[in-house]
Design a protein around this ligand. Structure first.
Ligand code: NDP
Length: 334
C-alpha cells in the first residue's frame, strides 16, 4: 500500500519535501468493513489548510499521518452487508492506494450514469460548493452580473454556468489565455478576463458596466481589490475561498483597508458571508438531482485535469495553488 504522509508543516509555499512516501502492507477488512482499492484521488485547495497547524474549521493532518482527501475507489473485498466486490464508491480515504472503511463515509457510484471521476468534481464536493453557495447566499437574479475567479476550476466554472441558468450575466476571471478560452468558449461565460493582465482592473470595470451584484469570492488578493469598488448596493459576496493567500505567511502588505470595507458594507448594504459547504448538507439531494440533469442535458460542462500516479500528487497539488491545473485536478492512483 503506497501512502503519502505529511512529513512536516510548510511555512509559505509547500515543497515536495513536506510529503513522505511509505509502503505498508495492504490491510485486511474486519467484520463490517470493506477493503478499497483507490482509483482516483481529488486534490483540492483546502488541503493546504490541513497541512497547517493553525486553528480552522477542520482538524489539521498530524505529522506522519496520511494526507486527507476525497477518493473514488473500487471495493476489492467486502465484509459489509451493503457492499460487494466490484462496487464503485466515493470515499474519503486520502492519499494512498488501499484503505479500509466501515461504510460510514461511502456513497455508491453508478459508472453507467456518469464517469466516476465526476463524483470528485462537477457532481461532487466542488460542484456542490458552487451550487449551494451561489443559490443560497449569492441568489443571482435575471439580468444581474455575477463575477467569479478561479473560473476554469470546478467551483468557479459551476458558479458561472449556474448563474447563467438563472438568467444572470457571468463574468469569469482566470489565469492566462487558455483558461480564459475554456471559460468563454466551453463554459459559456459572457466574458472571461485574465487576472495576469496589467490592465486587469480596467478590464473588469469595462466588463461590468452595470456594476457587480454577486461576487463569489474564491481567491482574494488583487482580484478582490479590483472587484470591491464595483460592488452595487445590496451586492452579495459568498466568501468561499481565498486561494491567493493560502501560501501567505503574513503580515499582509499594504495599508489597512478595513475602515473603507466597513464603510461600504454600511453604505452599500453589502452582505459578505463566509461558508463551508457542509453547512448546506440538507441540499445535497437537490444538488445531485438538479446538477446531474444539467450535466446530462449539456447545460453544465466540466473539465478534468487527470495526472498519473500517486507519485505525482505533491507536485500537482503545489502547482494547483499557483494555477498550473487546467480544470478539476485529479490523480489517477492505479
Ligand atoms: P481550482 O481548481 O480552481 O484551483 C485553484 C485556482 O485558483 C488555480 O487554478 C488558480 O487559477 C487560482 N488562483 C491561485 N492563486 C490565485 C491568485 N493569486 N489570484 C487569482 N486566482 C488564483 O480550485 P477549486 O475550484 O477546487 O476551488 C476554488 C476555491 O473554492 C478555493 O479557494 C477553495 O479553497 C474554495 N473551496 C471552498 C469550499 C468551501 O466549502 N468554502 C469548498 C471547495 C472549495 P487561475 O490560473 O485561473 O488563477
Amino acid at each position: 500500500n503506497l501512502q503519502v504522509l505529511l512529513a512536516s508543516r510548510p511555512t509559505g509555499r509547500p515543497s515536495p519535501d513536506h510529503f513522505e512516501f511509505v509502503r505498508t502492507p495492504v490491510p485486511s477488512p474486519g467484520e463490517g468493513q470493506v477493503l478499497l482499492r483507490i482509483r482516483y484521488l481529488s486534490l483540492d485547495p483546502y488541503m493546504r489548510g490541513r497541512m497547517s497547524a493553525a486553528k480552522s474549521y477542520a482538524a489539521s493532518v498530524e505529522i506522519g499521518q496520511v494526507m486527507e482527501g476525497g477518493t473514488v475507489a473500487e471495493v476489492l473485498e467486502s465484509r459489509h452487508p451493503d457492499y460487494a466486490a466490484g462496487d464503485w464508491v466515493l470515499s474519503y480515504s486520502g492519499w494512498q492506494s488501499y484503505a479500509l472503511s466501515d461504510g460510514a463515509d461511502l456513497r455508491k457510484l453508478d459508472p453507467q450514469k456518469a464517469p466516476v471521476t465526476t463524483a470528485l468534481g462537477v457532481l461532487g464536493m466542488p460542484g456542490f460548493t458552487a451550487y449551494a453557495g451561489l443559490l443560497t447566499l449569492g441568489q443571482p437574479k435575471p439580468g444581474e452580473t455575477v463575477v467569479v475567479a478561479a473560473a476554469s476550476g470546478p467551483v468557479g466554472s459551476a458558479v458561472g454556468q449556474i448563474a447563467r441558468i438563472k438568467g444572470a450575466r457571468a463574468v469569469g476571471i482566470a489565469g492566462g489565455p487558455d483558461k480564459c478560452a475554456l471559460v468563454r468558449d466551453v463554459f459559456g461565460f459572457d466574458v472571461a478576463l485574465d487576472h495576469h493582465s496589467p490592465t486587469f482592473a480596467e478590464d473588469l470595470r469595462a466588463a461590468c458596466p452595470n456594476g457587480i451584484d454577486v461576487y463569489f469570492e474564491n481567491v482574494g488578493g488583487r482580484v478582490w481589490e479590483a472587484v470591491f469598488p464595483l460592488l452595487n448596493t445590496f451586492a452579495r459576496i459568498p466568501v468561499c475561498g481565498l486561494v491567493a493567500q493560502y501560501n501567505s505567511t503574513g503580515p499582509f502588505e499594504g495599508p489597512d483597508r478595513l475602515p473603507v470595507l466597513m464603510r461600504d458594507v454600511l453604505t452599500k448594504s453589502l452582505t459578505i458571508r463566509g461558508f463551508i459547504q457542509r453547512e448546506f448538507h440538507a441540499q445535497r439531494p437537490d444538488f445531485y438531482r438538479e446538477m446531474a440533469r444539467w450535466v446530462a442535458e449539456g447545460r453544465i460542462k466540466y473539465q478534468e485535469d487527470i495526472v498519473d500516479g500517486l507519485a505525482s500528487a505533491p507536485e500537482a497539488f503545489i502547482g494547483m495553488l499557483e494555477g498550473r491545473n487546467f480544470g478539476k485536478l485529479i490523480v489517477q492512483v492505479s
